[in-house]
Design a protein around this ligand. Structure first.
Ligand code: FES
Length: 66
């Protein structure tokens, strides 16, 4: 499913970004160039949806060794 029609960003793209450690609103906006002046801004209003998808794929930390 497309999350951004202007740039053709899909849920899969956002999950991949999450796997690469890109999970904050700022990181995701930068990664997908959602701050460009040619962006309509519609998807950036829903950046939390991007964050939730990316976070679900983010690498988990290794448990601390004891
Ligand atoms: S819908 Fe993403 S920039 Fe327009």
């Amino acid at each position: 499913m497309y999350l951004c029609l202007c740039k053709g960003i899909t849920e899969s793209d956002v999950r991949e970004a999450g796997r690469m450690g890109c999970v904050t609103p700022h990181q995701l906006k930068t990664r997908f160039s959602l701050t460009d002046e040619n962006c309509c801004g519609r998807c950036a209003k829903h950046i939390q949806e991007f964050v939730e998808l990316a976070t679900s794929q983010a690498p988990t930390r290794c448990p601390a060794s004891t």
